[in-house]
Design a protein around this ligand. Structure first.
Ligand SMILES: Nc1ncnc2c1ncn2[C@@H]1O[C@H](COP(=O)(O)OP(=O)(O)OP(=O)(O)O)[C@@H](O)[C@H]1O
Length: 269
């Protein structure tokens, strides 16, 4: 089991954000986390990454109790990719990959030949090796996300946590990043990522976890979880979930827009 969360609770001061959250992510699985703004998705990730302390319950990562791991051991198990990432220093892309927390180099060490080879391999694997010598501050948002995925690969972590990894990306980069992530899960990594696009799960996720009011309100196969009833209820919009390509994929359509369009067309006739 890659991540096993049992009875997780967390509060900011007196404000309870997570209550009795329990779920397990098997190895090699890509899990999308859905939920309205402010429901606690980032807070959940920050607990799993030990960036938030003081949580109750238990979190096990690759069979090891999170509380028993050193920072370096944790980094070997889990890599984190934030929503967007900017660097104030003009490191080149290869250096950013080499700075992975557990790759044996760290911020101030000097990389050995095997570290450099591993970093190039990781950049190659996500299709951005051609950017290796470019300054990280001068590549696009989508390219940065791919470089951070390469860094997670070079870090040798078996699990990646991604907080809205495509929120700042255009359509093409969104597809490229999600495809790269999908491929990593096929190769055995476990990935948990939050998103505000419920229908992304149909193409890219093995499971969908839905948080609402600090609790897990659904978890399972995207086709069972991302339903018209659930999406309408948690986001307070009327949607239809439509099936395409012999149900190989489904899309969410806001029905109120369709009703308005129909009313406009009828008024114009
Ligand atoms: N450092 C903090 N101190 C106090 N409250 C916080 C802190 N960080 C987040 N919160 C509150 O905790 C709740 C959960 O926030 P969190 O960022 O986890 O939500 P989220 O589901 O990731 O939201 P979004 O989808 O908007 O990114 C929110 O009500 C937020 O205002």
């Amino acid at each position: 089991m890659s991540i096993d969360v049992k009875g997780l609770g967390f509060s900011y001061g007196r404000r309870d954000v997570l209550r009795d959250v329990s779920f397990s992510i098997p190895d090699g699985m890509l899990v999308n986390v859905l939920g309205p703004n402010g429901v606690g998705k980032s807070t959940l990730f920050r607990c799993i990454l030990c960036l938030n302390t003081g949580w109750t319950g238990s979190i096990t990562v690759n069979g090891r109790d999170l509380r028993s791991l050193s920072v370096r051991e944790r980094a070997r198990e889990i890599a984190y990719i934030p929503q967007s990432h900017s660097s104030v220093y003009d490191y080149n892309v290869l250096d950013v990959v080499l700075m992975s927390a557990s790759g044996g180099v760290g911020m101030f060490g000097s990389p050995k030949k095997r570290h450099v080879e591993r970093a190039w391999e990781a950049l190659e694997r996500v299709g951005v090796a051609h950017l290796g010598h470019r300054p990280y501050t001068r590549i696009s948002g989508g390219e940065k996300q791919l470089v951070l995925i390469a860094r997670a690969i070079a870090q040798d972590a078996r699990t990646i946590v991604m907080d809205e990894p495509t929120s700042a990306l255009d359509y093409g980069n969104t597809v490229r990043v999600l495809s790269a992530v999908r491929q990593l899960a096929r190769e055995g990594m476990s990935i948990v990522q939050s998103t505000h696009q419920p229908d992304q799960a149909f193409l890219y996720a093995d499971r969908t976890l839905v948080l609402n009011e600090g609790r897990v309100c659904a978890y399972g196969d995207p086709k069972d979880v991302v339903t018209k009833e659930l999406v309408s209820a948690i986001y307070h919009v009327d949607v239809e979930v439509c099936s395409l390509y012999g149900d190989k994929v489904r899309v969410c359509v806001p029905v109120s827009e369709l009703d308005r369009k129909q009313a406009r067309e009828e008024a114009e006739r």
